[in-house]
Write a protein that binds this ligand. Structure first.
Ligand SMILES: [Zn+2]
Length: 409
């Protein structure tokens, strides 16, 4: 059991207050702080404190995968299979999806054969892994994820009262399934710039009118968050086809503690909020817009899953007295949240293989035999597979702790 220091990532969409506040640093921070990475990703590994010196977790794992990862080492090629983050979105992230395992393997090989450098901004596939991801909200968390049930989308398009949208609404009404969604999304995301420039302002006017009308019956108000989001995205990314495309997506608000699971092919965009995110250790992102980064629409269209999706919210399942499990099909990771009571006896932290413990509230004492480690919000511990009987206890007041480990338990 060793202290683990996260790697802070600064992206334009990050927050100057959220991560600094959580970690107890002065606000505002000098740069927008987007993500704090706890993992062994080659791009930015976390640092382990061992006997007073600091070492990268990537090197520690590589130096002795058998001891650090235990029995799961061969299955994941001697690498830590997950990456844990705290994410703080002040501004929306790009409209994106992640490939399946097969698509990632094929895409990685294809771009290698085309000699696209691994660090090129044009590169879609930076590794050969899929990237299922789960985010658990720490604050209220706003996102777009998965295609909305098509009949509701038809209702939304009609509610905009924009004549130019009528043919599209009719197209989807005539084929309210994944084929209709594929046709409509493909049409919109590839719309010629001139047509986009003519239709987008009308859609935005439609949103403004919808919001200004102050509908008296609640049913007519049902798309208020959707319309607001379209206007916000259009302001940040004027003229972007992604603004039209988000009319087709579920608009989701997670309450603190709720999770959102994104499997391969699920089109999504995080909008605002702070959360703990865990994913397979991969960087494979296909973007469709709402970003200054590399966008590859044809490749995105190849990996997208157009099946309409119920809201992909993962409810926390209570397990025992203090812990909540987030059930997903991922084999690379599993995530549990512990709400530790002040004054309670140390509780044991079950896990499969290696683990990372991350404190997000209060102060936590971790115990292993006679060893003790204290962590506060933004602080973490690396637990190798060889470390057994780890227990945790809140110090001074209630505390929140996340435990990331390998999936399949
Ligand atoms: Zn994503």
């Amino acid at each position: 059991m060793h202290e683990l220091v996260g790697a802070l990532r600064s992206y334009a969409w990050g927050s100057r207050t959220a991560l600094a506040q959580l970690c107890g640093r002065p606000v505002p921070s000098a740069h927008p702080e987007a993500e704090l990475w706890f993992g062994a990703h080659p791009a930015d590994p976390a640092q382990v404190r061992v006997n007073g010196r600091t070492e990268s977790l990537l090197e520690l794992v590589a130096s002795d995968p058998q001891r650090q990862l235990g029995a799961v080492a061969p299955e994941f090629g001697g690498r830590l299979p997950f990456l844990l983050k705290i994410l703080a979105a002040e501004e929306p992230l790009s409209l994106q999806a992640h490939p399946s395992a097969d698509q990632a393997r094929a895409g990685f090989e294809r771009e290698n054969l085309q000699h696209v450098p691994l660090d090129s901004p044009m590169r879609n596939y930076r590794d050969d892994s899929h990237k299922p991801e789960l985010i658990v909200a720490l604050s209220r968390f706003e996102a777009l994820a998965g295609f909305r049930e098509p009949r509701r989308t038809v209702a939304l398009l009609r509610a905009l009262e924009v004549p130019e949208l009528t043919p599209y609404a009719e197209l989807l009404a005539a084929q309210p399934d994944s084929s209709g969604l594929r046709t409509l999304f493909t049409t919109w995301i590839t719309l010629p710039q001139a047509m986009l420039a003519s239709i987008l302002p009308k859609v935005l006017d439609g949103c403004v009118h919808y919001l200004a009308d102050g509908h008296s019956d609640s049913a007519a108000d049902e798309f208020t968050p959707e319309m607001r989001t379209v206007l916000e995205l259009a302001e940040a990314y004027p003229g972007d086809a992604g603004v039209l495309a988000v009319l087709l997506l579920n608009r989701i608000t997670l309450e603190p503690g709720q999770g959102l699971f994104l499997d391969a092919g699920n089109l999504h965009a995080y909008l605002h909020g702070v959360g703990v995110e865990i994913m397979a250790n991969s960087d494979n992102v296909l973007r469709g817009g709402l970003t200054p980064k590399h966008v590859d629409v044809p490749e995105l269209l190849r990996v997208l899953d157009f099946e309409p999706l119920e809201l992909p919210i993962v409810k926390p399942e209570p397990v025992g007295e203090y812990s909540f499990r987030y059930r997903t099909p991922a084999t690379e990771f599993a995530l549990r949240r512990f709400e530790l009571d002040a004054g309670a006896a140390p509780t044991s932290i079950p896990r499969t293989g290696p683990g990372i413990l991350l404190c997000t509230d209060g102060s936590v004492r971790l115990l292993q035999g006679s060893d003790e480690l204290r962590i506060t919000p933004g602080g973490a511990a690396w637990i190798s597979a060889a470390d057994i009987n780890i227990r945790a206890q809140a110090l001074g007041g209630p505390a929140q702790l996340f435990c990331a480990c390998v999936g399949g338990q």
